[in-house]
Structure formats: C-alpha cells, structure tokens
Design a protein around this ligand. Structure first.
Ligand SMILES: *Cc1c(COP(=O)(O)O)cnc(C)c1O
Length: 380
C-alpha cells in the first residue's frame, strides 16, 4: 500500500473483528463483553474502533474519561458506557447528562451522583468497585455491603454492577487466587443478604486467559481485542491465543542509506560506535511519533524482510538502523517497527520487552502525529 507518510499506523479492522469473535467464543454466548477503548482505543483510533466494535457485537464500552465517552456517543446511540476511573466532582454533571455509568468506591461519590441526577431528573446506573487487592479504586470487601445498601437507598441511583480488578492476572496465580477468593466470598455474602446485582465482572485480558472461573456476567478485555497478548509468567494452553492477530502495524520509511567506516559514532550521546564497516539506513520515525526512546541501541525493525538493529539513540523524528544484511535497500523503502514484513514479525510485546516496558505503553505512546490508516473496513 503506497502512501506519502513518513510514519504511519495501519489498523486491520478485519483482525479486530476476528479477535472480538474469538473472545466471544472463549466466554460463551451468555457472558457480555465490555470492550475497553481508553486512550484512543489503545492508540488505534477511538472513533473508527468504536464503530467497528458496535458492528461486531460489543455489549458495553469501558472508558477512562468523559471525552472518550462523548466520542462513542457521537458514533452510535444506545451502547452502555462505564467510566473505569473515579469521576472528579466537577465531572459528575456531564457524566449524568451523557448517561455514563460511574464507578463508585465511596458513599460520598454516590451521594453527589444522587444529588446531581435528582436535579437533572435522570437515573444513574452505578457500578460498585471492590478493592480485592489492586489498591487503586474500590471499597474494602468488608465495607461493600454497607456501601451497596447506602447506594440502593439513594434517590435516582441504581446499582447496575459490581466489579473488581486483578493486579497481576498474567503473572501471579497465587495473588490472583487471593483476589478471586475475596471477591467470591463477598458475592456469596451479598447473595445471603438477598442483594442481587445484575452485572458482576472481574476479568481483564490476563484474567480472561487465566481465570476462567471469574467470567461472571461480563468480561472487560482491552489488549486482547487489539490482538496483543499480555506478557507474563503464567503458562497458557498454547491453543488459547493462536487465533488472535495484532490489528496494528507501525511503519515508516528509509530516507537515506550510507556506508560508515569502523569507528564511526552514531546519534546523540555517541551511544553507538561502529566496530566494523557497515551499511546504515536513516528512518523517518522517532520518539515524537511515539517510538520509545528506550528502544535506543536495543530494538530491531524490519527492512527488506530482515531484522535490523536500531543503532544509537532514537531521536525525535529519525533513527538509524543497521542494514548491512539488506544490500537492496533504497530511500523510500518501507521499514516496519511493529508488524509483519516478508516472513517475519515484530510484535508490540517484543518491542515492549526491548524497551523494558509493556505493550500497553508501546501502543498508547503512538502519537497524534502518526496517521492511522484503516484496512478491511467492508463488512465481513
Ligand atoms: C484497562 C482496564 C481493563 C482492560 O485491561 P487489559 O489488560 O488491556 O485487558 C479492564 N478493566 C479495567 C478496570 C481497566 O482499567
């Protein structure tokens, strides 16, 4: 696909559709799917991804702020939206007006929502968050039933959901078990007290792979929707994830090719010095595009279908790679930073490992400067 961009992301909508279908297959027909689309749909472009997911069977959207909720509302009406963070006091009115379901951890939050909803003559469907060990949001399990009763007693508020969040679902089976048991014990106590809540949920992507016993009524995958596996220590049955395909590729171009003699240093700080004569290509992407500077001297890219090492520091708009093994390389050629070329593939997870970070950061770092190009938009 020929274009005139220096650095761009290609998003394969067909892959996204299939990933969602795989998640649907994995959880079965009765479990609802909340696709998590915070941070511009993990860097894929919220507007287009929301439209695609609406067509492909998402039940609910999970967002990080009200601007994201607003984008979704403008794409299509009728989909429930859950705000995964706590609302700021001055966001409450807009959340109620936009019919965004809030996450409630404290009585004071619920009281404010009740007051505003009553004033606006609206009903708010709240999700109670329980802190089983993440330590970010949520009520302590011991306080949860008191909070729920309080919320149920407030005007204009309904308890629509109850949920928790795993801190280490892809890495730590023992800690996940502690969290799972805390949540399950609480649910049993609530049932004993006659408290019924329509939507119970816990599983993010890692837990969707590793905690089949906590699918409950709803799952909340982010990363898996985009076809990227959460990195982690827990072993997976190998067939589980083989159907997932990364939707996003990040590409740029070769702008210059040159031979350098032994002893030449490259880029800022002279962090790379050539130990032999080599052929070097300058590429049209840098940390200004969101290609992490931590990739300096560590990562690889694909040029001419071959893996080429990043040489020296990544700069704002450009970087250098070793193309000694690619004799045919010419200015204008495509370089792949994430994705496939020839028979090889560099995944977001692999790039993240080189950068000592996680694929979530690699994807969401891709900056506004990078146009997103969508493929496979026709209905399947
Ligand atoms: C971001 C987020 C998710 C999705 O996480 P993934 O690991 O990307 O699947 C689910 N639940 C909550 C509360 C989140 O903040």
């Amino acid at each position: 696909m020929k274009n005139s961009f220096r650095c761009w992301a290609e998003v394969d909508l067909h892959a996204l559709r299939e990933n969602l279908a795989w998640i649907r297959h994995r959880v079965g027909p009765k479990v609802r799917i909340m696709t998590v689309v915070k941070a511009d749909a993990y860097g894929h472009g919220l507007k287009q991804i929301a439209a695609l997911l609406m067509q492909s069977g998402t039940d609910i959207f999970g967002v990080a702020n009200l601007a994201e909720a607003h984008v979704i509302r403008n794409v299509g009406k009728g989909w429930p939206i859950l705000m995964l963070g706590a609302c700021l006091p001055d966001e409450v009115e807009r959340a109620v007006q936009d019919n965004v379901m809030p996450t409630i951890s404290m009585p004071a939050e619920a009281e404010l929502f009740s007051k505003v909803a009553t004033k606006l003559n609206a009903t708010v469907r709240a999700h109670i968050k329980v802190d089983t060990g993440m330590g970010r949001l949520g009520v302590a399990p011991a306080q949860a039933s008191k909070l729920i009763r309080r919320v149920q007693g407030l005007a204009s508020l309904k308890v629509e959901g109850i949920y928790t969040h795993y801190a280490s679902s892809e890495d730590d089976a023992a800690y996940s078990r502690v969290q799972r048991e805390r949540f399950q014990e609480l649910l049993a106590r609530l049932a004993d007290d006659g408290i019924r809540i329509p939507l119970v949920h816990a599983n993010n992507s890692g837990a969707l792979l590793h905690e089949p016993d906590t699918m409950f009524h709803l799952v909340r995958p982010g990363l898996l929707v985009y076809g990227v596996l959460p990195p982690g220590q827990r072993r997976m049955a190998s067939t589980l994830h083989s159907h997932l395909r990364p939707a996003l590729s990040l590409k740029c171009r070769v702008s210059l090719v040159k031979e350098i003699p032994r002893g030449t240093s490259l880029s800022y700080g002279r962090a790379f010095v050539a130990r032999r004569r080599m052929r070097v290509a300058t590429l049209t992407a840098g940390y200004g595009d969101g290609y992490l500077r931590a990739a300096s001297n560590r990562a690889q890219v694909l040029v001419g279908g071959k893996r080429c090492s990043v040489l020296g520091r990544v700069t704002m708009d450009q970087m250098m790679v070793d193309v000694s093994r690619v004799p045919t390389v010419r200015p204008g050629d495509e370089a792949v930073l994430i994705g496939r070329q020839g028979g090889d593939e560099i995944t977001a997870g692999e790039l993240a490992a080189w950068c000592a970070t996680v694929p979530w950061e690699v994807l969401t770092a891709i900056s506004y400067r990078v146009p997103r190009i969508y493929r496979g938009s026709q209905a399947a």
